[in-house]
Design a protein around this ligand. Structure first.
Ligand SMILES: [Zn+2]
Length: 281
């Protein structure tokens, strides 16, 4: 069983979602989403006859607040929950203060509106993600974030996190999300190679929904990621970058990228990446 739960982030449909899976040893959520949509998550679960107390696993692709912000509150409500996260991501769930400080610099006054309060996850609830997680394959997929992992079930559905970009239906337009601080294009291409090697039958995107033509999606995504990176490499200002990449973005994708400030953040992340390359870091 795989259920898509629309989190109605900022009151919008088809912007952020979580996935509910019925695994051999219990119910699991992949990326439960931000703290601010926890009540929506709870009511979507309730519609399926599921309470937070019935969940056994949280599978976390990466610890950005839009994916994992609700973890602490969910564990407080259900201390039996096992939280599966990469070794490098785990410290940020246990002690979220540093991550919160850097996100507050990026989001400013919007932080509380978007993400709400951040509660730590007790260390005893953390499971470091290895090759198999609760019956799913798991592998490192750095690029968008250094600690990013992807999960794949036996049917070949890849829970991709933000490694293959975002796409907000009904729009088909695929956008890279390259926020600071740890975009790494070289690692990212290797992650995309690994995903292609595993030939997923579908991509489950947190932003948003199932992609049933993975090969085409991956091809378009990789090309656009390179294009965006080249524009920043040429020395474009943030205004020039936004103007240039906006040229062929359709209305729906433009609306949601504006709501999430995706283009400005992506510019900043790519700029920081190229500065690190030039420093030889
Ligand atoms: Zn992210």
């Amino acid at each position: 069983m795989l259920e898509l739960l629309d989190l109605h982030f900022l009151g919008e449909e088809q912007l952020f979602c979580s996935y509910l899976l019925d695994l051999d040893d219990g119910l699991a959520l992949v990326d439960p989403g931000p703290r601010t949509t926890l009540t929506t998550l709870e009511s979507s679960l309730a519609e399926l006859g599921v309470a937070v107390a019935d969940l056994r696993h949280l599978l976390i692709t990466h610890i950005h607040f839009d994916h994992a912000g609700a973890c602490g509150a969910l564990v407080a409500a259900n201390p039996r929950l096992r939280v599966h996260v990469s070794e490098r991501g785990a410290p940020h769930l246990i002690r979220p203060e540093r991550l919160e400080r850097s996100a507050r610099r990026l989001y400013g006054d919007m932080f509380d509106v978007l993400w709400g309060t951040v509660e730590p996850v007790p260390a005893e609830n953390i499971e470091l993600a290895g090759d198999r997680v609760a019956g799913l394959d798991c592998f490192a997929a750095p690029g968008h974030a250094v600690h990013h992992v992807c999960f794949m079930n036996d049917e070949g559905t890849l829970f991709a996190g933000d490694t293959v970009g975002v796409r907000w239906p009904p729009s088909q337009y695929v956008l890279p999300a390259t926020p600071p601080p740890d975009v790494d294009l070289e690692a990212w291409h290797a992650s995309l190679d690994e995903i292609e090697r595993r030939t997923p039958s579908a991509l489950a995107l947190p932003h948003f929904g199932l992609v049933m033509e993975p090969a085409e999606h991956l091809r378009v995504f990789r090309r656009r990621l390179m294009l965006w990176a080249e524009i920043v490499r040429r020395g474009a200002s943030v205004r020039e970058f936004v103007d240039e990449v906006s040229l062929d973005i359709d209305e729906e994708a433009a609306k949601f990228s504006e709501l999430t400030d995706l283009l400005r953040h992506s510019y900043l992340g790519l700029k920081r990446y190229w500065e690190a390359v030039d420093r030889g870091a």
